[in-house]
Design a protein around this ligand. Structure first.
Ligand code: PTJ
Length: 273
């Protein structure tokens, strides 16, 4: 808990803290408390060698889109979350692909979701290094994630110019359903072309990832993961198979993205009135 770590000075909303040149103390009274807390988690992740410097930039891009959504989960995003969960609960071999941002932001919720659904995690990085993979694996284990694949036996996807081409033979390579929040557009497309179901969380509904995935949850990943956990708790039993299949069949990602564009447009129009 950040607040406990930090020196508290009454009356100050934020101040620089000991042992860090960059993290801020955040008072719960601060109007941007939630947002500042997420930033702190990422900065902390960066200092621990979990999040890449590029991950901080990526988060900023996400924040800008979240403003357009009013920083809340839309009904549309909630429905997409349910569909994504339906795919995971009915998959033969699902996998959760974790990068440096999601590891820093939601390690506890990854642990909860994986414990509920028995879905393994593969650490799969755009800015890949053995050292970062080890740090992220240690971090996830420390937060209670048990089944973590680190790419021991790697196979390479064709036509991918980044390190994201590497996948674990027992993980993404084998999976029929890949849940990859904050994904890279090239790989989302390549995995879809391989016939895999790709589920993502991306605040930018214009991104190539958003457009090429099977299900795009246009929501902030910390909010989306909490909704995934609630859904999994309610629907994990086999008795719900028909409900889950119906959710999948009735979903169309292009329509989902059009609704996301319309939500942003409507919000700006109402502000501009
Ligand atoms: O840890 P690594 O090395 O695997 O790198 C991870 C990043 C995220 C840096 C890498 O995958 C990357 O560069 O991603 P992109 O191409 O910037 O895409 C990230 C997408 O996630 C962008 O479209 C952002 O809008 C979106 N995004 C960022 N933060 C969040 C988010 N979406 C949901 N919740 C967020 N918190």
């Amino acid at each position: 808990m950040f607040v406990a770590e930090y020196l508290y000075t009454k009356g100050c909303e934020a101040l620089y803290i000991k042992n860090s040149t960059s993290r801020l103390m955040v008072s719960e009274r601060h109007p941007r408390y939630k947002s500042l807390t997420l930033r702190n988690k990422l900065v902390h992740g960066y200092e621990k060698g979990i999040t890449s410097a590029h991950g901080l930039i990526a988060h900023g891009r996400g924040e800008a889109f979240d403003y357009l959504l009013g920083e809340q989960t839309s009904e549309n995003a909630f429905e997409a979350t349910n569909v994504a969960c339906a795919y995971l609960l009915t998959a033969s071999y699902p996998i959760l692909s974790v990068n440096g941002n999601t590891a820093a932001l939601i390690p506890e919720d990854i642990a909860k979701f994986c414990a509920l659904t028995a879905i393994p995690v593969e650490i799969n990085l755009f800015h890949r290094s053995a050292e970062r993979i080890t740090r992220i694996a240690d971090h996830l284990h420390a937060h209670g994630v048990t089944n973590v694949l680190t790419g021991h036996d790697v196979i390479k996807l064709d036509h991918i110019a980044s390190e994201r081409a590497k996948m674990d033979r027992d993980g993404i390579f084998k999976a029929d359903v890949v849940f990859a929040p904050l994904e890279d557009g090239d790989r989302a497309q390549a995995l879809t072309q391989l016939g895999k179901i790709v589920l993502t969380v991306d605040l930018n509904p214009l991104s190539r990832t958003a457009v090429t995935s099977t299900v795009t949850i246009v929501d902030e990943v910390t909010r989306a993961m909490k909704n995934m956990i609630s859904f999994a708790k309610r629907f994990q039993s086999d008795n719900n198979r028909d409900v889950l299949e119906a959710l999948k069949v009735n979903f169309d990602n292009t329509t989902n993205l059009k609704v996301a564009y319309a939500i942003m447009q409507k919000r700006l129009q109402s502000l501009a009135r």
